[in-house]
Write a protein that binds this ligand. Structure first.
Ligand SMILES: [Zn+2]
Length: 129
């Protein structure tokens, strides 16, 4: 099985701190100072209450697989795309990596890992604990 090249994410000013932190091995999520809710993907304006008082917080990096799909056909190497719900309560679209893809199940506990991309910053992904 050949390694899969991960495309570089599109980085704009709104998400640059997220990817800068990923480069340091930290997973950031946004929390709203007005309503105290977390959200992801990072936004300047809170999607819950529309406040502009959003702050970066470092996530624990632990989560649970909410849903997943293993892609095997038409790709250079099989990979697992998944929704992972972090302990902070937000759900991220991500990949499950560094484990037997046949063993992946909904509800499994996962932890963050950071994977290099093709010419861009590393991206947070998850592996089984
Ligand atoms: Zn809010």
């Amino acid at each position: 099985m050949s390694a899969r090249k991960i495309p570089a994410p599109a980085v704009n000013a709104e998400v640059k701190p997220f990817f800068d932190a990923a480069g340091e091995g930290k997973l950031l999520v946004k929390r709203c100072a007005a309503c105290a809710e977390f959200h992801h993907y990072p936004r300047t304006v809170c999607p819950h209450c529309f406040s502009g008082r959003t702050e970066w917080r470092e996530a624990k990096g632990a989560g649970t697989i909410y849903s997943y799909s293993v892609l095997r056909r038409g790709v250079p190497a099989p990979y697992c795309i998944a929704y992972v719900t972090l302990e902070e309560g937000v759900t991220m679209l991500t990949n499950i990596v560094d484990c037997d893809l046949d063993s992946v199940r909904i509800g499994q506990k996962v932890r963050e890992v950071f994977k290099p991309t093709d010419g861009g910053p590393p991206v947070p992904m998850f592996t089984r604990v």
